[in-house]
Ligand binder design. Structure first.
Ligand SMILES: [Zn+2]
Length: 421
C-alpha cells in the first residue's frame, strides 16, 4: 500500500490521507483549514475524483470533513462513517456554507449529493474495497468518531483521526490499536501537554458553577455546539447539579441529532435524562430571561467569535456575581483568548472590562501527551508511525519521542509526501 499525505501536515486543519490499493485510492478525511480572516480557507492537496474508490470520514468536525462535498460537484463516490457523523456534517457544513459560501468551491446541492452517498457503519463492521479489508474502530473523540483500519496483502494501516484516551461523559475512550499494525497515522494535537485528571476536573467545574448560582449569579459556558456543549450538560447532570441549565443555537440541533443516534453514546440513559431537564432557548425574550436567572447557560461559539454567545456575554460580563467559564482551547488572537488573558471583551466595537469571574477548564476531547505515548507504546517494533494534526512543532515532537523512546520508525510528513507500507 502507498500512503499519501494531503494535509494536516505539521498543522491542525485540512486533514486528508490517500491510501492506494489496486491502483485506486481510499481517501480518509478531506477537511478545511479555517483562518482568522473571513474567506481565509485552506484545502488539502488536490485529488482527482476519478482516482478515488471510497471516502471514509473519521468524524464530523470541519477540519476533517469540510472539503468532502468537492467530490460530489461532478460525480459521486461512496462515503463511509459512523453515525451521527453524517447528521452532524449536515449541520456543520450547512452552517459553514452560510458563513463562508462565497469563498467555497462547492454549494448546498453538492452537500446534498454527498449526503445521498453516505453509508453508515457500525464499529467493527468489516467491508471490502478494491480487495482491501476496511474496519472502523471507536476513537473516543466525539459521538461517531472512528479510526480506520485498512488491510491488504497482510499489511495493516491504521488512521486514528482525532482520539481521546480517557472516557468522557459522552463516549468511551479510544480502542487500542491492534498490536500487529504496520503503520499508524496518529494525531499530535497535545503532543506537548497533559490534561488535568478528568474526574477531579468535572467535580471542580460543577462546584464552581454551583458557587456562582448560590451567590445569585449566572455562569456562561461558551462551547462548540457539536460535542462539547452536550458533554458539559452531561457533566453537570452526572454530578447532580441542582439549578437551571439553559442551552441555545446549534447545540439544540446537535442534541436532537444525538437523541436519534444514542447507540454510540457511553450512557444513553444519562444523556436522555440530561436533555429532558435543559431549558432550550430559542427566542430573544428567553435569552434575556436566561441572563437574569441564576443558572448555567451553555451556548455555542466556543471562542466567543459569534453567535448568541455574544449576546450573553454582553449581558453577563458587567456583574461580578456572574462568571464566564471557558471549556475549549482558545486560539491566540480570538476574543476568548483575549478575555482570558486581559479580562476584556469587544462589545459593539468598544472594549469593555469584564467584571464577572473568568476561568478556563480543560475539557479536551483529544488525548494528552501521556495518552498519546501510551497509545503508541503497544505497537510492535517494526511499525511505522506518521504524526499529523499538530501545531507549533507538535508533530515533530511526537515523532521524535516515538523514535527515541520506542525505537519506532517515526516521521512527521510534509503535504504531498508518499510512503510505501
Ligand atoms: Zn475533531
Amino acid at each position: 500500500m502507498k500512503i499519501r499525505f494531503l494535509g494536516a501536515c505539521q498543522e491542525i486543519g485540512r486533514s486528508g490521507v490517500a491510501v492506494k490499493v489496486n491502483g485506486k485510492n481510499i481517501l480518509v478525511d478531506y477537511g478545511v483549514l479555517v483562518g482568522r480572516e473571513k474567506g481565509d480557507i485552506g484545502f488539502p492537496m488536490h485529488f482527482a475524483q476519478r482516482d478515488v474508490a471510497a471516502i471514509f470520514l473519521s468524524h464530523a468536525h470541519l477540519d476533517h470533513g469540510g472539503s468532502i462535498p468537492l467530490f460530489y460537484v461532478h460525480g459521486k463516490v461512496p462515503l463511509y462513517g459512523v453515525e451521527p457523523t453524517f447528521a452532524y456534517s449536515d449541520i456543520l457544513i450547512r452552517d459553514f456554507l452560510k458563513l463562508s459560501g462565497y469563498y467555497l468551491p462547492f454549494e448546498y446541492l453538492d452537500l446534498q449529493a454527498m449526503l445521498n452517498q453516505c453509508i453508515a457503519l457500525d464499529y467493527h463492521a468489516q467491508l471490502e474495497i478494491e480487495g482491501a479489508k476496511v474496519t472502523v474502530l471507536n476513537a473516543g473523540h466525539i459521538p461517531g468518531s472512528a479510526q480506520v483500519l485498512i488491510e491488504k496483502d497482510g499489511r495493516k494501516v491504521l488512521y486514528t483521526g482525532d482520539i481521546n484516551t480517557v472516557r468522557t461523559q459522552l463516549v468511551d475512550a479510544v480502542e487500542k490499536p491492534p498490536s500487529d499494525v504496520d503503520a499508524v497515522i496518529i494525531e499530535s494535537t497535545y503532543a506537548n501537554d497533559d490534561h488535568s485528571e478528568r474526574q477531579r476536573l468535572e467535580e471542580e467545574f460543577v462546584a464552581r458553577c454551583t458557587q456562582v448560582v448560590e451567590r445569585g449569579g449566572t455562569a456562561l459556558v461558551p462551547a462548540f455546539g457539536v460535542g462539547r456543549s452536550q458533554e458539559i450538560i452531561m457533566v453537570l447532570k452526572a454530578h447532580h447539579f441542582q439549578y437551571p441549565i439553559f442551552s441555545d443555537g446549534m447545540a439544540i440541533d446537535a442534541m436532537q441529532v444525538m437523541s436519534r443516534h444514542t447507540k454510540g453514546l457511553r450512557d444513553p440513559d444519562l444523556f436522555l435524562r440530561a436533555i429532558k431537564e435543559v431549558e432550550w432557548v430559542e427566542k430573544w425574550q428567553d435569552r434575556r430571561r436566561a441572563t437574569k436567572s441564576p443558572g448555567v447557560i451553555v451556548s455555542p461559539a466556543g471562542m466567543l467569535s459569534g453567535g448568541s454567545a455574544l449576546f450573553y456575554l454582553e449581558n453577563i460580563a458587567s456583574r461580578k456575581e456572574n462568571a464566564i467559564f471557558l471549556v475549549t482551547y482558545q486560539v491566540p488572537g480570538t476574543p476568548g483568548r483575549i478575555l482570558l488573558e486581559r479580562r476584556k471583551v469587544m462589545i459593539h466595537g468598544k472594549t469593555r472590562r469584564v467584571e464577572a469571574e473568568v476561568d478556563k477548564f480543560d475539557f479536551s476531547s483529544h488525548a494528552g501527551r501521556n495518552g498519546l505515548h501510551d497509545f503508541l507504546s503497544g505497537l510492535n517494533k517494526s511499525a511505522k508511525v506518521f504524526t499529523v494534526h499538530g501545531a507549533e512543532g507538535n508533530c515533530g515532537q511526537l515523532a521524535g519521542w516515538a523514535s527515541k523512546e520506542l525505537g519506532l520508525q517515526a516521521t512527521a510528513p510534509k503535504a504531498g509526501e508518499e510512503f510505501e507500507v
